[in-house]
Design a protein. Sequence first.
Length: 461
Amino acid sequence: MMNPKSQTINLFPAVFVFLLLCAQPSQATKDSSKGQVKLQNHRVGSSVIFPVSGNVYPLGYYYVLLNIGNPPKLFDLDIDTGSDLTWVQCDAPCNGCTKPRDSQYKPNHNTLPCSHLLCSGLDLPQSKPCDDPEDQCDYEIGYSDHASSVGALVSDEFPLRLENGSTMHPHLTFGCGYDQQSPGPHPPPPTAGILGLGRGKVSISSQLSSLGVTKNVIVHCLSHNGKGGFLSIGDELVPSSGVTWTSLSLKPPSKNYKTGPAELLFDEKATGVKGVNFVFDSGSSYTYFNAEAYRAVLDLVRKDLKGKALKDTKEDKSLPVCWKDKKGLKSVHDVKKYFKTISLRFGGSQKNGQVFQIPPESYLIITEKGNVCLGILNGTEIGLENYNIIGDISFQGIMVIYDNEKQRIGWIPSDCDKLPNVDQDNGGDLSEEEAYPRGFGLIGELFTGTDASKNKKDGEL
Ligand SMILES: *[C@@H]1O[C@H](CO)[C@@H](O)[C@H](O)[C@H]1NC(C)=O
Ligand SMILES: *[C@@H]1O[C@H](CO)[C@@H](O)[C@H](O)[C@H]1NC(C)=O
């Protein structure tokens, strides 16, 4: 970690929590004049939808495929609502890149100057002096697992197919990462980079929204069966009813999707643990509770398992707490009956609270050794302090909506294998061979895999 901050989060397996990139929530999105409200009803802007691949275990991350540039080149990017800056491995040449050179992004004299609005918007703790306004904008981002990326900001076109049928080529700002480090015990996801979907100005959804392409709303739906799911930027997939909404914390302004305090319930009963703030972070594979909440959950789970067929096992190192049974387990459904639903109740009172349910299948994994492990981890142990994170494991089977227009976050149980109907002919089951036959963000036919900038000199950014 190059730029440790006071609340630096230490040692964090395969998790990306936003740390250094500290742009404030955009003021513009809070501006809701009467005219804008009216326009919202007429749905200005469209949405872009991406199929998502990945799983919590064994992969530990979810990614989308995204085209960048002209001619377009396809990149697999880890979807991260816990950070703002999108970056891709950069052929500059690159230090610490995992992708071969021809799968890296080749800059083409398209770096942004340090005087650019989004460069100052990066708000790095050690802000680099911008002596000559023409100097290239260097960025440095560190993640909670101590992985980091250093690079330069560039701007290039992102060919996108919108749900309304239009194709657009907005120019978006992202990082060309030419120096990636990963000193932690866990390797970083082997993707070409990160898709930053946080609350700051430089996040892809903020940029698309300020260009008037989509609303600043992010939706993800991760399926329980490891088949992936979908990600959408824009508000078209947001159901008009049935969503449970809770406010994002505004004071102090947070760069994360951080909620107000919640009460922890176990099997719908109070645990005595209250006042817990959560960050919704798709870049985190697992869910992290602070020591108090973790202790409460562990004690209650263990109490329920007394005299049951499941026994503690220390042989399985997949996660800190695992159990085995005699036969070996294939699916969470084999053991669901031994575990209770954990709930987080936001917004205070019993009557008006907003409940986020975490059923056993959203906090347990079955390992390759056939054991069951607790996918809620001790955040205090890895230095998260009072950060509590809801990660991918607990997002399965629900649609999660990050609404930056109204500063709230919502969820609703969903079949994430299935794309909800936007237009009549857009929905339907996803067969494995032909997922999202139409209406998705990735424009297949534009991907040629060629790179017109090959004749540029090495290291020229
Ligand atoms: C689709 O939405 C985009 C972005 O809001 C807009 O520019 C375009 O005109 C729309 N296309 C159609 C066919 O409505
Ligand atoms: C969680 O981590 C903290 C800090 O390391 C530790 O003191 C505590 O005992 C842990 N809780 C459990 C239940 O292991």
